[in-house]
Design a protein around this ligand. Structure first.
Ligand code: ADP
Ligand code: MG
Length: 455
């Protein structure tokens, strides 16, 4: 197989894997050798070789077989720059051209990542856990004088880091169209860097990254342990800070907790404003669900949503907003498919796997202890046989909370309350449900206890 033939196979792959994957992973591959059922490619780095092998290996084998080659295995080796340049001279190399630092094309050629149109400040629901991050992001998005540099946003998966970063970028595009805003993931930063090394375009690379007014790098923990990329990031970072350009960074943990990150980088990252997105709480989850439902109403105008479903989801689904959104999307799609109202029952059926996966690990014992504390009675009295109101009511409250916050069945709960029958538990749960709407004090107690238990 000639380089030309491989080149046209690569172009076929472009359609299969899409432009971004193509640029990042397929384009850099040079076919070096094809013998004994093994196709050997030269790649710029081991990382690319491993990634391609894991993600596109089968696809490449398939493509080669389609072209009539006998291939069972792909192999990657890191090739020297001279060989690569020679080999690639015969085929188009769009990647290298995209990084060409022609001053007039700088703006359009900025190697950023596309922004998600849904990720704006308008669609970002603010609550206690994220109000600080939101405020800081909005401040930066005004594009005024740089007051804290960098802005470092961190938090667990699915808590809105990427959403906020895109929101900043969108807002800056309207507020300050004169500014050169560049958003990309740390992974993309690394890839651009590697590509520049390969194509011997480091000068262009440096020029490009130092020409932005606002640099946003998402998931910076990714470059930890990747030494030369870290090094380059550090220089880029310093050059921009020296020019008083705004930098916004996100990571899945605090700067000090990123392992394999050089100390000097870590301390650099800490010297601006560091804000974290806390895990969502019940109120924020409910707010997010409500705002999503409003959006879905346009899409599914006929769908009915039974009361209590959103509250149930906000209670039961974990703090990860992505999971929460996914559950709601599925629920709406399913309900519209079967043409039924979204009831509690339908919800439990449709989302049983998600609900099981994000079950809170609150134990019956924990609930009993908390509730006994709250009502100032002894644990032994709560579990014991006495039926006076002072013990019976807290017992029912605890049963109710066990039903709501654990996955225990009624018989299981009964067993843990001194071997009571499941009908007793059922009666208790019902009683509290009734009281919750008629007795303000009980409602308040329940709310407080639930919060304490979930905290
Ligand atoms: P992260 O980057 O922190 O892993 P994302 O920003 O990708 O998380 O958020 C995951 C999903 O949850 C996205 O679809 C985002 O729009 C949504 N999301 C997260 N937080 C909020 C919020 N406060 N309001 C509305 N949507 C949110
Ligand atoms: Mg993200």
């Amino acid at each position: 197989m000639t380089q030309e033939q491989w080149g046209s196979l690569q172009e076929d792959l472009l359609n299969t894997v899409g432009q971004n994957n193509y640029k990042a992973w397929i384009e850099p591959l040079q076919l070096a050798e094809l013998s004994d059922g093994v196709a050997t490619f030269t790649v710029p780095t081991n990382f690319i070789g491993n990634y391609v092998s894991q993600n596109f290996g089968d696809l490449i084998i398939h493509q080669l077989s389609q072209a009539g080659e006998d291939v069972q295995r792909v192999h990657f080796r890191v090739g020297s720059a001279a060989n690569r340049n020679h080999a690639s001279s015969s085929k188009p190399n769009a990647g290298a051209r995209a990084v060409a630092a022609d001053a007039s094309s700088l703006k359009t050629d900025l190697p950023g990542a596309p922004l998600d149109a849904r990720f704006t400040f308008d669609t970002f629901v603010v609550g206690k856990p994220n109000e600080l991050a939101n405020a800081a992001a909005r401040r930066v998005a005004e594009g005024g004088p740089v007051t804290f540099n960098p802005l470092f946003l961190y938090g667990g998966v699915g808590l809105g880091k990427t959403h906020l970063m895109h929101a900043i970028a969108w807002e800056l595009q309207t507020q300050r169209p004169d500014l050169n805003v560049l958003y990309l993931s740390a992974e993309q930063f690394m890839y651009r860097f590697v590509q520049a090394l390969r194509d011997r375009k480091m000068m262009d690379f440096k020029e490009l990254f130092r020409s932005v007014d606002v640099l946003m790098v998402d998931d910076v923990q990714f470059i930890a342990g990747k030494d030369s990329t870290q090094e380059e990031f550090f220089h880029t970072f310093n050059a921009l800070v020296d020019q008083n350009k705004q930098i916004i960074i996100s990571a899945d943990r605090a700067p000090g907790e990123i392992k394999d990150m050089e100390d000097r980088i870590r301390s650099r990252l800490q010297c601006g404003l560091v804000v974290d997105l806390h895990p969502t709480d019940y109120e924020l989850r409910l707010g997010i669900l409500q705002s999503k439902v409003d959006q879905y109403k346009a899409q599914y105008p006929d769908l009915q949503l039974a009361p209590g479903v959103l509250e149930f989801l906000a209670h039961r689904i974990s703090t990860n907003v992505r999971v929460l959104e996914g559950a709601l999307t599925r629920l709406f799609a399913f309900a519209s498919l079967v043409g039924r109202e979204i009831t509690m029952e339908l919800t439990q059926d449709c989302l049983s796997d998600v609900l099981r996966a994000s079950e809170r690990k609150i134990s019956v014992e924990e609930i009993q202890r908390r509730v006994a504390d709250h009502y100032n009675i002894r644990l032994s009295d709560m579990i014991g046989p006495k039926r006076v109101r002072t013990f019976a009511r807290p017992r029912q409250v605890a049963m109710f909370l066990c039903k709501q916050l654990t996955s225990r069945s009624l018989p299981e709960i009964g067993r843990r309350f001194g071997g009571r029958d499941h009908t007793t538990v059922m009666h208790g749960v019902k009683r509290i449900e009734e009281l919750r709407s008629s007795d303000g004090q009980i409602a308040e107690d329940l709310e407080m206890l639930r919060r304490a238990l979930e905290a």
